[in-house]
Design a protein around this ligand. Sequence first.
Ligand SMILES: Cc1cc2nc3c(=O)[nH]c(=O)nc-3n(C[C@H](O)[C@H](O)[C@H](O)COP(=O)(O)OP(=O)(O)OC[C@H]3O[C@@H](n4cnc5c(N)ncnc54)[C@H](O)[C@@H]3O)c2cc1C
Length: 321
Amino acid sequence: MATSRPNIVQEQVQLASKTWFETGGPARFFAEPKTTTELIEIVAWAHSNGIPFCMLGKGANVLVSDRGFDGLVIHPKINTITTTPQDASAVQVTAGAGVEIDNFIAYCLDHNILGFEEFSAIPGTIGGAVFINIHYFAASLSDFLVSATLLETTTGALLTVEKDWFQFGYDYSQLHNSNFIVVDATFKLTQGNALDGAFARGRSVEISRHRKQRYPYKGTCGSFFKNFSPDQVTQTSNGRKAIWVAYYLDKLGIKGELCVGGACISHQHANMVVNKGDATSNDIVQLARLMQQKMHAAFGLIPEPECQFIGFDEYPLLRSR
Ligand SMILES: Cc1cc2nc3c(=O)[nH]c(=O)nc-3n(C[C@H](O)[C@H](O)[C@H](O)COP(=O)(O)OP(=O)(O)OC[C@H]3O[C@@H](n4cnc5c(N)ncnc54)[C@H](O)[C@@H]3O)c2cc1C
C-alpha cells in the first residue's frame, strides 16, 4: 500500500556538491535519516510508491550522471558510536552507517583504540566503507568487521549478520548484489594504553600527510579502476604479476596528459581521474572509456571501475567480458 511522503524527504536536491567528483545532476528526492526508524520509514515510502532509491555516503566513490537520479537518494546521518569492551586488550566498536571514517578514527584514537588508523584520510562513511571493503596496503576493513545491522529494503526487516555474510573480496562485498543496506557495523579492535594511543595517532597523522602529499585529494574518486587479479594478466614487474592498472596507464605515457573537457588523468597517479574544475560527469565517462580503449589496444586488457555509477540508463563504460 502506498504511503505518504515523510517530512524529511526533500525534492530536487543538487548532488554535485555531495560527491567528491563535484559533478552530476539533481536527485528527484533526497533524505538524510538520522535514526534507524527514519531510515526504515523512507525506504518503506520509496518501496510502496515504486520509487527507485540508492544510498549515498560521502560520495567519495560515485559518479552521478549529468541528468541526476530520478528517484530517492538516501544520505544516512546515523552517527552513533558505542563500545563494548571484550577483555583487557580487545574492544568492539559499533558505528552507524553515516559516521565518517575520519571521525570514527578520531573517536578510536581518543579512547586508545587501535587498528582503524590504517584507513586515515580515506574519505567516506562506514556504510560506503563496508560496501566496498576499503583497503590501504595490507589492511582491509574485513580484517576488523565482526557483524553488522542491515535493513532488507523490500520487507523493511532489520537483521544482524556476521562477517561471513558479506563474502568480502577486493573492492567487493555481497552488498553489491543485494537488497540490503548497512545501518551500522561492529568492528573488533585493539584496546591499547595511552602510549599505544599516542603511537597510533602519530601513524594516523603520517598516513594522512603521505596520502595528501602523494595523491590528489579533491575532485576525484581515488583509484578509478580496480587492479587486476593475477590470473587476468601475463606481464610481470620485479618478478611479480603486474596487476596494477596504473602500471599499464603509466606505460602509455598519458599520466597528466590525457583530458576530455575538464576531466584529466592526474599527473600524480595514472589511475586517478580529476575534475579540473569544470568537468561534467560525461567528460569523466568519456575519459574513462578512452583509458579503457587505449589499454585494450596496447595490452589487451580492459579494467573495470571501482567507482560506482548513479543515474545512468546504461552502464557507461566498456565491459571486460
Ligand atoms: C581521494 C580519495 C582517496 C581514496 N583512497 C581510497 C583508499 O585508499 N582505499 C579505498 O578502499 N578507497 C579509497 N577511496 C574510495 C572511497 O574513499 C571509498 O570507496 C569509501 O568507502 C567511499 O565511502 P562513501 O561513504 O563516500 O561511499 P559513496 O561513494 O557515497 O558510495 C559508494 C557505494 O557505497 C554504497 N553505500 C553507501 N552507503 C551505504 C550503506 N549505508 N549501505 C549500503 N550501501 C551503501 C553506495 O550506494 C555506493 O554504491 C578514495 C577516494 C578518494 C576520493
